[in-house]
Ligand binder design. Structure first.
Ligand code: MG
Length: 390
């Protein structure tokens, strides 16, 4: 037996310390040589919902090409960025990683169009929010431990996963939803995961957008952050072109905003000097953030992508088919839950006994949301007897 390392050693007093963790819903003995937050991260990586992220759309539908990001590679990129910042700021690295790896577990197939379609289908049954669904996946839907349903994660991990929440859902969720009613903040690791998500998707969507040809360098010259690094790379490497030039620009852009995030957050922490994670939670605004000079630059990039890439007509056409498939699946399963695999049919019956038709609809939404892009397409074809589409 060797001595167990103190997981809080070297962390700032405002970090999420395991010594002051609010713990798990079902208390468990310590995890041998792993810390509690390491255990959370490991449970997430072993979850079946995590494996399915590999076949879920980020922006480009999964079958459009193997070179594009998927929800899995996106989640890894988010974790990578956030871990670097966490280490620089003496925050909890394993907690930050756990939150990042879990943040998109509740995403539907087909990206945001899937979320919108499922929300529409669930309108009279309480709606569907992918972020809330991520929490539902780790709290209820993962089913692999003898002692409890879900992954029984620590409060701090669950707090970080639940980024947004409507007041109605917040009231229903109890303690974990309270901050949305009281307008308080989550811990710094959660705030960091949220911004690392935005940094990761805006830069890798730019990269994928260029790769696909749906946006061009000339268009991107209108984005100040891109133009600055495009100029610098061309000045330093005049003969560099193609993918290598794009790679060099994107890596410099990410480096720039991540450095700014670290320095601005460190400056705010030095000024605020919060006594603990609870003092961070009591603040009226987030601490982790960009400087006033960088915040508008990052916003401009996100707005460019929203206008030119996410709403591009080529993507809209693909999405129309995706929307039809998802709403078709939802309608068919709601009508006859027996069409779902037995375990989901059983769950639908149990939830229906509890909450009527809304319970049945929730079980159908859980099943459909958990599908990968390609499984949803195959399943829709199967239900329609369209063997040719397979
Ligand atoms: Mg994300």
């Amino acid at each position: 037996m060797i001595a167990r390392r103190d997981p809080d050693a070297g962390l700032a007093r405002w970090a999420a310390l395991e010594a002051t963790s609010r713990g798990r819903r079902y208390p468990e003995p310590p995890a041998g040589y792993r810390s509690q937050f390491q255990r959370d991260r490991d449970r997430i990586v072993h979850a079946s919902a995590f494996r399915r992220l590999v076949y879920k759309t980020q922006v480009f539908v999964n079958h459009e090409g193997d070179m594009y990001r998927t929800r899995l590679t996106h989640s890894l990129e988010v974790a990578q960025i956030a871990r670097s910042v966490a280490v620089a700021l003496a925050l909890s690295e394993p907690l930050t990683e756990a939150i990042c790896l879990a943040h998109d577990l509740g995403h539907t197939p087909f990206g945001h169009v899937g979320q919108d379609v499922l929300d529409e289908c669930m309108r009279e049954f309480g709606g569907f929010e992918h972020n809330l669904q991520s929490l539902r996946v780790v709290d209820e839907l993962e089913d692999r431990y003898a002692e409890f349903r879900g992954l029984n994660l620590c409060f701090e991990t669950r707090e970080g996963i639940l980024k947004h929440c409507s007041p109605a859902n917040a009231r229903r969720l109890g303690e974990i939803g309270r901050r949305f009613i009281e307008h308080r903040q989550p811990g710094l690791e959660a705030q960091l995961a949220d911004l690392a998500d935005a940094i990761a998707y805006s830069h890798h969507d730019l990269d994928d957008g260029l790769r696909s040809g749906l946006v061009t360098i000339e268009e991107l010259r209108g984005v100040a952050l891109f133009a600055r690094h495009h100029d610098a790379v061309r000045a330093r490497y005049p003969d560099l072109g193609g993918r290598r030039q794009v790679g060099e620009i994107v890596r410099r852009m990410i480096g720039d905003v991540v450095t700014d995030l670290i320095e601005e957050t460190a400056r705010r922490l030095a000024e605020l000097q919060p006594a603990s994670i609870d003092a961070v939670r009591e603040l009226d605004r987030p601490v982790v953030g960009f400087s006033p000079a960088t915040a508008p630059l990052h916003r401009e990039l996100k707005e460019f992508l929203r206008a030119r890439l996410y709403h591009h007509e080529h993507l809209q056409a693909t999405r129309l088919g995706a929307a039809q498939a998802l709403s078709g699946l939802f309608t068919a399963f709601l009508q006859d839950p027996g069409l779902m695999p037995a375990e989901h049919g059983d769950l639908a019956r149990a939830l229906e006994a509890d909450a009527g038709r809304a319970g049945r609809a929730r079980a159908v939404a859980d099943y459909v949301a958990g599908m990968t892009d390609r499984f949803a397409i195959l399943e829709f074809a199967r239900l329609n007897g369209d063997r040719a589409a397979c």
